[in-house]
Design a protein around this ligand. Structure first.
Ligand code: ADP
Ligand code: MG
Length: 238
């Protein structure tokens, strides 16, 4: 079980509170999208879950374990960012395996996981290429492979498709969805893109100025937006 629970989570930078009483329970295997305009606190929330940002107040549980004081590497989480940095001098295979080599996973186990990730992400024919010989979408898949081989219990995505063109975004969206369906990993996905949220999410969390405005399935949010902000942001009739 790798459910995630946020209890009254808060983040202040100086005197400014940018995440305000964030309460949410994500079920094991659920795909939740955190949706809201730029600056509303999405990345900060995700970074607190990943352990990359201190918590000002509140609690985070992963699989019933309080993780507030756990190091990022101890949290069973893998994160895919918008600006993915691959090592230019390494092959695709080496890039995917890199993070694992640091963790002491045995060599044959690394090889097995890299092979599996490459098959899942259709990167097998590209394993010996260098990043500069790849398209933007292929590079993003390598970044996902790198996260996948860590066999995390929770996947975090922070606007992973923002740097891609519209056509590629569509196909990558489908890939992320199918990867999630195959692996069944609990996923928290941050975006400001309504279409991404609607197509990917089991449930959407709408955030504005650090507050949760509404939580619901895409259908619920579209058909019954809680207020004018949600309706206009999602493009639903009021
Ligand atoms: P989002 O990801 O939704 O665009 P962020 O979580 O990045 O929003 O930021 C939320 C707010 O917190 C913004 O107003 C941003 O300027 C502020 N912020 C983010 N990181 C820091 C920081 N390290 N120091 C001060 N303010 C920050
Ligand atoms: Mg952000």
């Amino acid at each position: 079980m790798a459910a995630v629970t946020f209890n009254n989570l808060k983040k202040r930078f100086g005197k400014t509170e940018v995440v305000k009483s964030f309460d949410l329970h994500i079920n094991d295997g659920e795909f939740v999208v955190l949706l809201g305009p730029s600056g509303c606190g999405k990345s900060t929330t995700l970074r607190m879950l990943a352990g990359l940002e201190d918590i000002s107040d509140g609690e985070i549980f992963i699989a019933d374990e309080l993780v507030n004081d756990l190091h990022p590497m101890e949290r069973n989480i893998a994160m895919v960012f918008q600006s993915y940095a691959l090592y230019p001098h390494m092959s695709v295979e080496q890039n995917i395996a890199f993070g694992l080599k640091m963790t002491g996973v045995p060599k044959d186990e690394i090889a097995k996981r890299v092979k599996y990730a490459a098959e899942m992400l259709e990167l097998t024919p590209l394993l010996q290429r260098k990043p500069k010989e790849l398209s933007g979408g292929q590079r993003q898949r390598v970044a996902m492979g790198r996260a996948m081989v860590r066999t995390p219990e929770v996947f975090l995505f922070d606007e992973p498709l923002s740097n891609l063109d519209a056509k590629l975004r569509g196909s990558m969206r489908a890939e992320i969805k199918s990867l999630h369906d195959k692996l069944g990993t609990t996923t928290l996905y941050v975006t400001h893109d309504q279409v991404e949220a609607m197509t990917l999410a089991d449930r959407i969390v709408i955030l504005k100025d650090g507050y949760i405005e509404q939580v619901g399935t895409p259908k619920e949010i579209f058909e019954e937006p809680a207020n004018k902000f949600v309706a206009s942001f999602i493009g639903a009739p009021e």
